[in-house]
Design a protein around this ligand. Structure first.
Ligand code: HEM
Length: 419
């Protein structure tokens, strides 16, 4: 995996002349130093208090990084200065990525976004809650009596995927293939930007090839599933172009497959280490429903980028058109100047400020679905497994990238009969 590479193998970019030497920090987004201790911990460690708002790293083709919450938020909210023309790093890979409408700026982005909002509206999501609850319950029932499971493999890696496949009316046997494409796109492997670009391109092509016959079959159809809704959408009064539909449906698959999967494991590790929080959630159903927002703040998983749209002075440095700025959302939710005691998952927290779902016109279109998946997971889990912990020899493995990942999450509990 990219994160296991020897740092020295990875091509380093020359420092461009407009980058001051004191802004150069050696940060490899795909192989963060200290990642063994945790993804969020590693990012915070490379961005201690006093770090400039923007630093430049020679890794991953050379790019800027927004190092605190104010900067992450500001860049997200200003598409005029910070474009979505390229959003994945290395830039060579990001230029090949064709998912729609993430690489469009307003006004081109707006009609596609309206369709997404229609397909993933709160009302639509509420309609599928019972179906989602059934999926969660069935999965947990498979291992609840066993008294142990690998949460990442047996629940987190499966639940959001099953939910999404049901919403999209796709067969479950396709999941391993789609998960592979998602990994290639969000944590591409390779020793150089070019090799990583090739891996990302393979993932992108994989998605496009997969959705092509599905789109053709559902165009003009009357099904209620998410794909049929989206492919029969109109863009500025005309049917959506086939290639754009491929990009849009592929994005939905990617969004629905990789983010929630990893987010769920991060927060379950935390709950397993904090039985007092589990008790609070178990005994207060209203608190549980409100807990999702604080969990999203505490466990951001996405780090994608924006491209500088024009030459400008910003946060004390000169930026050139085409420069890339990485936006680690972890550095917003866990910014102590914005959220006091940021490491604490505080179910009573009043003002919760984060960019876990991005910001500005591209703010996550799937957040109602994500929120519902989190609440339903907690409700169904705690009904069956009221107390649980990490196994004594547990050693979760963390990976950094565009979407952070975690594997090996062995949980243990007293099965119902003996509880
Ligand atoms: C914990 C779960 C999730 C997280 C942390 C997350 C995070 C994000 C972020 C940071 C963006 C902004 C991308 C950008 O500005 O370039 C985004 C966009 C998006 N997400 Fe999510 N997401 C999650 C779940 C989902 C789900 C379940 C879906 C369902 C399909 C989804 C669909 C999308 C779509 C379609 C966009 C693109 C919106 C646009 O370009 O206008 N996401 N997400």
């Amino acid at each position: 995996m990219a994160t296991k590479l020897d740092n020295d193998q990875r091509a380093r970019a020359e420092r461009p002349s407009h980058v001051p030497i004191d802004r150069v920090y050696e940060i490899d987004m795909y192989a963060l130093e200290g990642i063994e201790a945790g993804y969020h911990e590693a990012w915070k460690q490379v961005a201690p208090a006093g770090t400039p708002d923007l630093v430049w790293t020679p890794f991953t083709g050379g790019h800027w990084i927004a190092m605190n919450g104010e900067t992450v938020k500001d860049v997200y909210s200003d598409p005029g200065r910070f474009s979505s023309e390229v959003i994945f790093l290395p830039k060579e890979a990001g230029e090949l990525y064709q998912l729609v409408p993430t690489r469009m700026d307003p006004p081109e982005h707006t009609p596609y976004r309206k369709s997404l909002d229609k397909g993933l509206s709160l009302a639509k999501i509420r309609k599928v809650e019972d179906q989602v609850r059934q999926v969660a319950g069935d999965l947990i029932d498979k291992f609840a009596d066993r008294g142990e499971c690998d949460f990442a493999a047996e629940y987190a890696g499966t639940f959001p995927v099953h939910v999404f496949m049901a919403l999209a009316d796709l067969p479950l046997e396709d999941v391993p293939l789609l998960s592979k494409f998602a990994r290639q796109m969000t944590r591409p492997e390779g020793n150089s930007p070019e090799e990583m670009a090739a891996d990302l391109q393979a993932g992108n092509d994989g998605f496009f090839g997969y959705v092509d016959p599905i789109i053709r079959a559902r165009t003009g159809g009357s099904g209620e599933d998410l794909i049929t809704t989206m492919v029969n959408t109109e863009i500025n009064g005309a049917p959506i172009e086939h290639q754009k539909a491929q990009g849009l449906i592929s994005l939905l698959l990617l969004g629905g497959l990789d983010t929630v999967v990893n987010f769920l494991s991060f927060f379950m590790i935390h709950l397993a280490r904090h039985p007092e929080l589990v008790e609070e959630l178990r005994t207060d159903p209203i608190k549980l429903k409100r807990a999702a927002e604080e969990m999203f703040r505490r466990f951001p998983v996405v780090s994608e980028a924006r491209m500088v749209a024009r030459d400008q002075e910003y946060r004390g440095v000169t930026l050139k058109r085409g420069d890339m700025i990485l936006l680690p959302t972890v550095l917003h939710g866990l910014d102590e100047t914005i959220n006091a005691e940021p490491w604490k998952l505080d179910l009573e927290r009043r003002k919760i400020d984060h960019s876990t779902f991005g910001g500005g016109p591209h703010r996550c279109a799937g957040m109602h679905l994500a929120r519902m998946e989190v609440i339903v997971t907690l409700e169904e889990w705690l009904k069956r497994i009221p107390r649980f912990r990490l196994k004594d020899d547990a050693a979760p493995t963390y990976f950094s990238g565009i979407v952070a990942a975690v594997e090996n999450v062995p949980l243990t509990w007293a099965p119902a009969k003996s509880a």
